[in-house]
Design a protein around this ligand. Structure first.
Ligand code: COA
Length: 270
């Protein structure tokens, strides 16, 4: 595992990670654990959680997993309470649970739109709302995984764009409300990230992968390790004065404003 950080930055802290059984959420959880945090992983499937927990513990970290759906407020509330009892007050709250499928507005039902908004936006609300009483105050760091969809419009992604824009504003409002309690709240905006469920859905074949990579100013996919480095920084004391920020880690994708997805129009040739 690569990390630019060498010290045990999160010793004694507790991290609660939704969307923690795979992808970007798991990569960040692994990084928190490698730096001494006790990590609670939240995902919908127990089998995936078991594999993820085993990976962290075999690497010498402390982790556990609770299967629940972030759309279910009572379930997430219970998981947070169990975490606080087992691991102590929560210093790191990472809202990473997300859903996506490519479809035009006229190709999705109201329930399809709702499914993504409920997982991404309502799920983030449920998690932060239920977590507040268990957060370390002062000192906790709250992170949400957003996307360039929050400020760029993409065809086939209206549901995700609406949800991610909501997440960015929710987090900025929280930064205002929770700042006086010493709780920092920030967003991380990944670009196209290799080896994630999202990219497998949006760029399922080699041709679309090449097109997506060509649309990134740095001309490549990002890695989960690069995102984990940013999450570690934002949770560390090195970021003690940073709140209400939207941090881009996307190879410049957001400023280029190119459409990502199976049907976007290729225009970058250099
Ligand atoms: N195109 C159009 N509509 C779709 C769709 C697609 N490709 N995939 C799902 N839907 C619709 C379903 O038809 C359903 O609507 P309906 O009841 O009117 O038929 C609605 O979305 C909910 O589908 P369901 O499968 O019951 O939802 P779910 O809660 O089990 O799954 C999803 C949520 C749809 C977001 C699913 O893709 C998912 O679980 N994703 C998690 C993993 C993921 O997306 N990771 C990437 C994150 S970037």
């Amino acid at each position: 595992m690569h990390s630019i950080f060498r010290e045990n930055l999160l010793a004694g802290k507790t991290a609660f990670v939704t969307g923690g059984s795979s992808g970007i959420g798991l990569a960040m959880a692994e990084r928190f654990a490698a730096h001494g945090a006790r990590v609670m992983l939240i995902g919908r499937k127990q089998e995936k959680l078991d594999v993820a927990v085993r990976g962290i513990t075999e690497a010498g970290g402390t982790a556990a997993g609770i299967a629940c759906d972030v759309r279910d407020y009572a379930a997430i509330e219970k998981a947070l309470a169990e975490t606080a009892v087992r691991f102590g007050p929560i210093s790191i709250l990472l809202c990473g649970a997300a859903g996506n499928f490519p479809a035009p507005v006229m190709g999705m039902s109201a329930n399809g739109f709702k499914a993504v908004v409920d997982i991404d936006l309502l799920g983030t609300f449920n998690t932060v709302r239920a977590a507040y009483e268990h957060l370390e105050k002062p000192g906790a760091s709250v992170l949400a995984i957003s996307a360039a969809h929050a400020f760029n419009a993409y065809p086939m992604q209206a549901h995700v764009c609406a949800a991610k824009a909501g997440i960015d504003m929710l987090m900025r409002c929280l930064a205002l409300e929770w700042g006086p309690a010493g709780v920092r709240v920030n967003c991380i905006t990944p670009g196209p990230t290799d080896d994630t469920e999202g990219m497998r859905r949006l760029a399922p074949d080699e041709t679309s992968r090449k097109r997506v990579a060509a649309s990134v100013p740095l001309r490549r996919f990002g890695t989960k390790d690069e995102l984990a480095d940013l999450a570690l920084f934002l949770c560390s004391d090195a970021a003690a004065y940073i709140t209400g920020s939207i941090y881009l880690c996307d190879g410049g994708t957001s400023i280029a404003g190119k459409n990502i997805g199976p049907n976007f129009n290729e225009s970058v040739t250099t």
